[in-house]
Design a protein around this ligand. Structure first.
Ligand code: AMP
Ligand code: GLY
Length: 421
C-alpha cells in the first residue's frame, strides 16, 4: 500500500516513522515533509491548499491512503474533496472540523448537551464586548472564533488587556471576525486526551500532558508545545469514565444529531480540577508534540488502525500500548515563539544515540547540500521510552547535549510535576 502524509511537522515525521515499520506499507510520500521524513520517505513540495495538485500526485504515484496531520487543510475541506473522488483519506470532514475551526460551534454544543466547560459569552461587536468587560471578574479569557495558529487566545489579567484583545480580534488580526468569545478563566491542570473514531464508534488513544510555555517553570510566552509526557499524571479509571460520559459521548451524540460524521483523531484539551474534567477546546487532529510522545508506545500496526477507520471497522481492532513511560523534549530555535534565525546548520547528528526507545523526530528542518538546516521555530523532537520519566528525561538531555547546536533552546524541566511529585 502507498501512503501520502500531509504536513511537515514533528507529528507527521512520527506518523511517517511509525508507518515505515509496517509491513503493509510500500511507499510513503510526505507532502511536503521535512529533512527527517526525507530519510525514510519521498518528500513532495506541494502547497497544502492545492488539493488538485495533491490529487495529481495521488494518481501519479497510486497513493491508496492519505493521512492529514494539521488542522488547516481539514478545516478547508480536504477530506470532502478526496472522498468525493473516491480516495481514502484519514481525518474529519469539513463539517466535523468545525469542532476546531469554530470555537463558538463547540461552545454551543457544550451548552446544548451539558458538556462541562468554562462559562462563556459570545459578542459580535466591540461596544457590547467592552460594556461587558467593565463589570466582569478577572482574569478572564478572550478568544477569536476561528483558527489562529494557536495565537487567538488571550488570558486577560485586567480590563486593559481585555480591551487590547477585543481591539486586536475585531481589528482583523486573525482574519475577518464576526464574533468573539469571552470565557471564565478555569483553574486546574491541563491534560491532552485523544480518541480515534471511524464515524460509527470510537476508541481511546492514550493521554499526555504538554508544556506550552517557552521557559522553565512554565514561564514566558505560549508556544505550540515545548515537550510532553505520556501517560498524563492525572488519568485514572474514574476520571477516564467521567471524560467519556460527560464530554466525548455527548459530543459524538451532538454530531450525530447534526448528521455530521466524525472520522479521525479527536483531541480534547481538558482542564482537570478536583478530579472533574472541563473541556477547554477541541482539536480535530493529533497534538504536536503529543503525537511524537504517544506513537512510540503503540504496539498495534498504525496502518491497520487508519484503514479500519476509513473502512468503518474500528470495532474489529484492538489498540494495544506498551507499558513504558514516554517523554518528548522539543529543541527549538532561540527566540521562538517570537523572532528567530533560520537556515542555521545543525551538526553532530551522527553523535546522538538513537534506537527503538530513543527517537528523534524532525519538525522545522530542511536539507541543503547534505547538511541539515533549521527552517522553523520548533526544530527537533527527542523522544525516549523508559520505566520512569526521570530516566527518560536524563537520556534525552544527554542526546541534545551531544548535538551541541548553539542556536537551540530547550526546557530541561519537562515533566517536572510528575518527576518531582
Ligand atoms: P486553546 O487554543 O483554546 O487551547 O487555548 C490555549 C491555551 O490557553 C490552553 O491550552 C490553556 O492553557 C489556555 N486557556 C484557554 N482557555 C482557557 C480557560 N477558559 N481558562 C484557563 N485557561 C485557558
Ligand atoms: N500541543 C498542542 C497542540 O497540538 O495543539
Amino acid at each position: 500500500m502507498n501512503i501520502g502524509i500531509i504536513g511537515s511537522g514533528g507529528r507527521e515525521h512520527a506518523i511517517c516513522s511509525n508507518l515505515n515499520n509496517s509491513e503493509k506499507i510500500n511507499k510513503i510520500y510526505c507532502i511536503p515533509g521535512n529533512a527527517g521524513t526525507d530519510e525514510i520517505a519521498t518528500n513532495i513540495d506541494i502547497n497544502l491548499n492545492d488539493f488538485e495538485k495533491i490529487n495529481q500526485l495521488v494518481l501519479e504515484k497510486n497513493i491508496d491512503l492519505l493521512i492529514v496531520g494539521p488542522e488547516q487543510p481539514l478545516v478547508d475541506g480536504i477530506v470532502d474533496f478526496f472522498e468525493n473522488l473516491g480516495v481514502k483519506i484519514f481525518g474529519p470532514n469539513k463539517a466535523a472540523s468545525q469542532l476546531e475551526g469554530s470555537k463558538i460551534f463547540t461552545k454551543k454544543i457544550c451548552q446544548k448537551y451539558n458538556i462541562p466547560t468554562a462559562n462563556f459569552g459570545i459578542f459580535n461587536n466591540k461596544d457590547e464586548s467592552n460594556k461587558f468587560l467593565i463589570s466582569a471578574n478577572y482574569p478572564l479569557v478572550i478568544k477569536a472564533d476561528g483558527l489562529a495558529a494557536g495565537k487567538g487566545v488571550y488570558i486577560c489579567e485586567n480590563i486593559e488587556m481585555a480591551y487590547t484583545a477585543v481591539n486586536e480580534i475585531f481589528g482583523g488580526k486573525f482574519g475577518e471576525t464576526k464574533n468573539l468569545l469571552v470565557e471564565e478563566f478555569l483553574t486546574g491542570e491541563e491534560m491532552s486526551y485523544f480518541v480515534i473514531s471511524d464515524g460509527n464508534s470510537f476508541k481511546t488513544f492514550e493521554t499526555a500532558q504538554d508544556h506550552k510555555r517557552v521557559f522553565e517553570g512554565d514561564k514566558g510566552k505560549n508556544t505550540g508545545g515545548m515537550g510532553a509526557y505520556s501517560p498524563s499524571r492525572l488519568i485514572n479509571n474514574v476520571l477516564n469514565e467521567k471524560i467519556i460520559k460527560k464530554i466525548i459521548e455527548p459530543t459524538f451524540a451532538a454530531l450525530k444529531d447534526l448528521e455530521i460524521e466524525y472520522k479521525g483523531f479527536l483531541y480534547a484539551g481538558l482542564m482537570i480540577k478536583n478530579d472533574e474534567p472541563f473541556l477547554i477546546e477541541y482539536n480535530v487532529r493529533m497534538g504536536d508534540p503529543e503525537c511524537q510522545t504517544i506513537l512510540p508506545k503503540l504496539n498495534t500496526d498504525l496502518a491497520d488502525i487508519f484503514l479500519s477507520c476509513c473502512n468503518k471497522k474500528l470495532n474489529e481492532i484492538d489498540i494495544e500500548w506498551g507499558k513504558k513511560k514516554s517523554m518528548c523534549i522539543v529543541l527549538c530555535s532561540k527566540g521562538y515563539p517570537e523572532t528567530f534565525e533560520k537556515n542555521i546548520i545543525i551538526q553532530n547528528f551522527e553523535k546522538i544515540n538513537l534506537d527503538n526507545e530513543n527517537l528523534c523526530f524532525h519538525a522545522g528542518t530542511t536539507k541543503k547540500n547534505k547538511e541539515i538546516m533549521s527552517n522553523g521555530g520548533r526544530v527537533l523532537n527527542f523522544v525516549t521510552l523508559s520505566e520512569n520519566f526521570l530516566d527518560a528525561r536524563n537520556k534525552i538531555i544527554k542526546n541534545i547535549n551531544l548535538l551541541n547546536w548553539k542556536n537551540g533552546h530547550f526546557r530541561k524541566d519537562i515533566g517536572y510535576k510528575v518527576i518531582d511529585q
